[in-house]
Every structure is written in C-alpha cells, then in structure tokens.
Design a protein around this ligand. Structure first.
Ligand code: HEM
Length: 457
C-alpha cells in the first residue's frame, strides 16, 4: 500500500524524512538507537514522519499527543505491528486482536496476573532468582548480566508461568530457538533463504512444536484455587468465560507471553543491577528498608516465607523500580494504525498510516520530572509523587486498553530480584567504566554489563 496524505484534510502532513526506497530509515534507526528519534524530534517537532521496517510511519512524542493516541484505541487508531511481528506472533495473539475479540482475550488473561495468582507464583519466582544468583556467585568469572538476565527471565517464564518440566538440555535448546525468534521479530518482511524473517518463521515453528509437546505432557492442576502456574490459571479462566482454547491458541498465547516477558524483563533487570552499582547509597537505603521491615537480619535475608503484601509494603523499593523503569524504559513505544484521519499538533495523521507512540520521550523530556536526567528514586516517594502530575508522562507499561497485562508480574519479579541483591549478594562492576546503552530492540548495555558476583561472606 502507499502512504499518501488525506487530500480532503486541509492540515499539512507532518515533517520528516522517508529515507531510502524500501529500507527507509531502518538502518539509521538501528545504528542511532534512542538518538534517532530524539534528533528527529528536535528537527521536525513532536509529530514527525519516517519510514521504518518496510513501511512509512508517523512517530508521536509529547505526553498530550501520546494520550490522544492511546485513548483513541478503536476510535482513531487500532493495533498495527510490523508485518514480521504480526506474522511471527500469529492471528490468535493479543497483539493481533482488535475490538471485542481483544477485550474478550484480555479478560481471560487478566486472571493470570491477579493478586491471588501472583501470590501463588511468588515462591517459585523467588526460587528461580535465588538459584540464578547462586550460579552467578559461584562463577569465578564476571557475568554478562544482560545475556544471563535473558536466560533468567526465560527460565522464569517457562518454569514459573508455564510450569513446563523440561530437562536442562531441552531448556537450553528452547532458549536458543527463542533467541532466534526474538532477534527476528522486528525484521524486514522479506521471505528469502537466510533472511531474518525466514529464520524467525523457522524458530516459531520449532517453538510451537516443542510447546505442543510440553503442553500435552504437562499435568494440569485446574481444580481449586491453588494454582501451580499461569497456564493452569489461563485454562481455568477460559473455562469460566465459557471459552475452550484450541491448541493453536494455546501455543500462540504461550509464545506471546514469553515474548512479552523475555526481553523487557531482562532489560529492566540489567538496568536495575547497573543502577545499584552506580548508586551504592540507593542499595544501602534498600538494605535499611529491608532491615526495618524485619526482612534482613545481620546482613542476611530471613528465610521465612515472603508474602506478596510484604513486598508491596516496601515503599522505597517501589520507588527504585519505578525510577529504573523511567530512566531505562525497556520498550520505547508501541505501534498503531490510523483508522481515520485525525489532527495531532496541527498536522494531519492520515487514515491508513502507521503510528508509533513514544514511551521513552516523555520520560526523558517531561517537565513534571525535576532534574530529569538524574537517577532519583525519591521523586516517586509519597511526598513528591512526580508521576501523579500527568498520567501520560510516565508510561513504562503503555496505557489505555492495550497497556501491559504483565505489569504486576514484571514489577514483582524486579522487586524480588532487588530484595535478593540487596539482602543476599555482593557484586561489583568488572570493567573500568560503565558501558554505553543501546535501545533497539530494548534498552541494554553494549557489552551486556560485566559484573562479578560474590556469595555473602
Ligand atoms: C504490552 C511493557 C513485562 C505481557 C506491553 C506494552 C508495554 C509493555 C509498553 C504495551 C505496548 C503497546 O502499547 O503496544 C512491559 C515492560 C515489562 C513488561 C516494560 C517489564 C519490565 C511483561 C510481562 C508480561 C507482559 C512479564 C507477561 C508475562 C504483556 C502483554 C501485552 C503487553 C500480553 C499486550 C497487551 C495487549 O495487547 O492487550 N508491555 N512489559 N509484559 N505486555 Fe508487557
């Protein structure tokens, strides 16, 4: 399809450059990362056009404009992932559903992330984190934190969310295939041997085969409320909503959940560890909070059962996680398509054009955040609550009807990781300086962040 202006609308088109034929500005975007959007926003304003991943699109920054896009779901815009993402996630994914089907699917998924379900996942998440930190600490060499955090979030998703019982070897194979899938989810949709897109399709087919086998072999625990994993909750929730999920739907949902959790959580975990290294005073304050709540004694975490409510009551911990997600929002924005021509910032967004709203831009530039570049968890303290001033200035999990379904789970995971790091680990940067960050496909350090972990003395 061709992206042209709506001639019936008097407003001008957004400014911007469409780059080269076919590839547009995709290469600039990959190489420049966050700087790509920032430089164009400076040059063309809050709403500008570009051409990425094989299609023309309008990039929307500025909290007010982002609000209009997110609140305009169904009326002004609807979901529109790049073709590669859409094909690889499949027609039954939430990402590809719209209107009533999307609403119905979200309702079924909501129970997977309810307070009750999270409470039942908590001990297993904690166990996976503790095992991982033990392995990291027993390694005489520094750990590549980003790479190992990907493995950690994958283990969490496969073992805790899906309850799959796979051997270490199978897990390793699944992980490698999954990496191939993720690396090619955002690729040019050119189906040729050796193209990223073809590699992604092969990885998806292989994952679906393994997942079908694991689902068929998996004991199901759908009786009663003592859930063992998210797949059980999902099946029970579907039943309560008079829906029978087909094997294809289950496979696509499973891959979508792991995909949604994988890179985002790994990115946030890496940023969390980096900030704790950069700011020892923050780590110390976290320890003091754990101590004052009776969770830390003589420098060691109490071994008793940790409850969800105790984690939620840790206010400073909450501020630290929020600030990590503000300064290092893993997802830079979301894709939509204009279902009718509308106005934004004095220019037209013509019907049929792709729209990408920005998450990172309001975090980096909004005036509601004092000293916007500083890592300052206390900005989220009850006394300051800088995020309260504008809902669409702070949106690490998106907003509106398509906001992140797994946000409570992701937050719980990060809090448990921070508790274990503050209470049970010693760790130091293994390089002389902190690495540079790149933001495609999610924020991560160029060298992965090399850190030496030690057990407690
Ligand atoms: C959607 C961020 C972790 C499941 C989203 C969106 C964002 C986001 C920004 C909205 C994208 C859009 O507007 O198009 C994050 C971040 C995470 C995280 C920053 C970690 C720090 C998770 C986890 C899960 C999850 C752990 C589940 C296991 C989902 C799902 C959607 C979604 C299913 C699609 C919702 C829909 O289309 O209705 N996430 N996410 N996310 N997220 Fe997350």
């Amino acid at each position: 399809w061709t992206a042209t202006r709506d001639k019936s609308c008097k407003l001008p088109m957004p400014k911007g450059s469409m780059g080269f034929p076919i590839i547009g500005e995709t290469c600039h975007w990959f190489f420049q990362g966050a700087g790509f959007h920032a430089s164009r926003r400076q040059k063309y304003g809050n709403v500008f056009k570009t051409h990425l991943l094989g299609r023309p699109l309008i990039r929307v920054t500025g909290a007010e404009h982002v609000r209009k896009v997110l609140m305009g779901e169904h009326s002004l815009v609807t979901v529109d992932w790049p073709q590669s993402t859409s094909t690889l996630l499949g027609p039954n994914s939430l990402a590809n559903s719209i209107g009533d089907i999307h609403r119905k699917r979200r309702k079924i998924f909501a129970k997977v992330f309810s307070h009750e379900a999270l409470e039942s996942y908590l001990p297993k998440i904690q166990q996976v984190i503790q095992e991982t930190l033990r392995v990291w600490s027993s390694n005489p060499d520094p750990i590549n934190v980003y790479r190992e955090s990907q493995r950690l979030s994958f283990h969490m998703a496969v073992r805790v969310l899906l309850g799959f019982r796979v051997s270490e070897e199978e897990m390793h194979c699944l992980f490698r295939t999954f990496q191939d899938f993720v690396e090619n989810v955002f690729s040019l949709p050119i189906d040729l041997p050796f193209s990223g897109y073809r590699k992604g399709i092969r990885a998806r087919d292989s994952l679906q085969k393994s997942i079908e086998k694991a689902i068929r072999e998996k004991p199901l625990h759908t009786q009663g409320k003592d859930y063992t994993d998210a797949l059980d909750v999902l099946l029970e929730s579907a039943k309560e909503n008079n829906t029978e999920l087909t094997m294809q739907e289950l496979k696509e949902s499973t891959i979508e959940l792991i995909f949604a959790a994988f890179a985002t959580t790994a990115s946030a975990s890496t940023s969390l560890i980096m900030q704790l290294l950069r700011h020892p005073a923050v780590l110390e304050k976290l320890r003091e909070e754990l101590q004052s709540c009776g969770l830390l004694h003589d420098g060691c975490l109490c071994q008793g059962e940790l409850r969800l409510d105790s984690i939620i009551s840790l206010k400073y911990l909450d501020c630290v996680i929020k600030e990590v997600l503000r300064l290092f929002a893993p997802v830079s924005g979301g894709y939509r398509i204009a279902t009718q021509t509308f106005e934004l910032d004095g220019v037209q967004v013509p019907k049929g054009w792709s729209v990408m709203y920005s998450i990172r831009d309001p975090h980096d530039t909004s005036a509601v955040f004092k000293d916007v570049e500083a890592f300052d968890p206390d900005r989220f303290s009850p006394e300051r609550s800088e995020d309260r001033e504008g809902r669409f200035h702070y949106l690490p999990f998106g907003g509106g009807v398509r906001s992140c379904l797994g946000k409570q789970l992701a937050t719980l995971f990060l809090k448990l990781l921070a508790v274990e790091l503050a209470g049970g680990s010693r760790f130091e940067l293994a390089t002389r300086t902190f690495p540079r960050l790149i933001s495609v496909p999610v924020v991560h350090p160029t060298d992965g962040l090399c850190v030496k972990f030690f057990g407690l003395d």
